[in-house]
Ligand binder design. Structure first.
Ligand code: ZN
Ligand code: ZN
Length: 263
């Protein structure tokens, strides 16, 4: 399988990835990619959740470093993106500042946090109850409904803490798929999950995500999938995309074509 595109790439600015835009571009050229989307965890105007993202003050430099790479790497299509947690108060910022003023090519939606009982909780751990799972799904769907995101990252992230595939995960997943189908927002089969340490559950050892029963159920819907590396190191710029693609293909999923982003 020839892997030529990766739309999910981080830089050192998010504090849990290494190296910078140009390092990923060099690696992408070496690994034969034709399209590289840089999508670091977005800066937020109120610097909320600062531990996993650049500060707001770093945003102009992040944007400029991608613009510089676009000029330097003539044989690579480089896209300027960001991985974003949706909140209504950020809508205008994402639309007018990132996609508008700063010329971002696309945004990825991701539920690293979601509101539960009036408070934001982290998705690593926060969806470990029926109420948490329900809140995660509701937030995920609200993010898609915003119309801001070219695709949604690791929709099955809840599997890191909700360990049993049961009627609750099925209902939550069905709601996510129904919304993704009607809104036509692609869902990502995330390669980083395939590289992360496995977890042990009552049903055995598995990846936190991608969670296979989730994607098996996805095949009942007319959703579109996308496979990315979610690279946090340059050497991983195309890692596990083939494997993630193979999961979707084995289930007969259709894959999204994001070539319209290459304007
Ligand atoms: Zn990350
Ligand atoms: Zn990511």
């Amino acid at each position: 399988m020839k892997i030529s595109k990766n739309y999910h790439t981080h830089t050192y600015r998010c504090k849990h990835a290494s190296e910078d835009v140009k390092d990923y571009c060099h690696a992408a050229v070496e690994q034969g990619l034709q399209v590289l989307g840089i999508s670091d965890h977005t800066a937020l105007p109120d610097d909320r959740w600062p531990n996993i993202r650049m500060s707001y003050s770093e945003l102009p430099e992040y944007s400029a470093s991608i613009d510089a790479a676009k000029r330097e790497f003539k044989d690579l299509v480089i896209l300027k993106g960001a991985e974003c947690e949706f909140a209504p108060e950020y809508h205008a910022y994402f639309k007018d500042t990132l996609l508008g003023e700063l010329g971002f090519d696309y945004l990825i939606g991701a539920a690293h946090y979601f509101p539960l009982n009036g408070e934001w909780v982290g998705s690593y751990g926060g969806a470990d109850s029926v109420a948490g799972l329900r809140a995660y799904a509701d937030y995920f769907i609200e993010s898609m409904e915003s119309g801001l995101f070219s695709f949604m990252a690791h929709p099955d992230l809840f599997g890191n803490c909700y360990h049993t595939w049961d009627s609750n995960t099925i209902n939550a997943s069905r709601d996510i798929f129904a919304a993704a189908e009607s809104l036509q927002v692609p869902l990502e089969i995330n390669g980083y999950g395939l590289r992360k340490p496995k977890i042990t559950t009552d049903a055995g050892v598995r990846c936190m995500y991608p969670w296979l029963p989730f994607w098996e159920l996805a095949s009942e819907y007319k959703i579109k999938a996308i496979a990315n590396s979610d690279a946090h190191r340059p050497q991983d710029v195309s890692s596990n995309i083939a494997e993630a693609t193979a999961i979707g293909e084995s289930l007969g999923l259709e894959f999204a074509d994001l070539s319209h982003l290459e304007k």
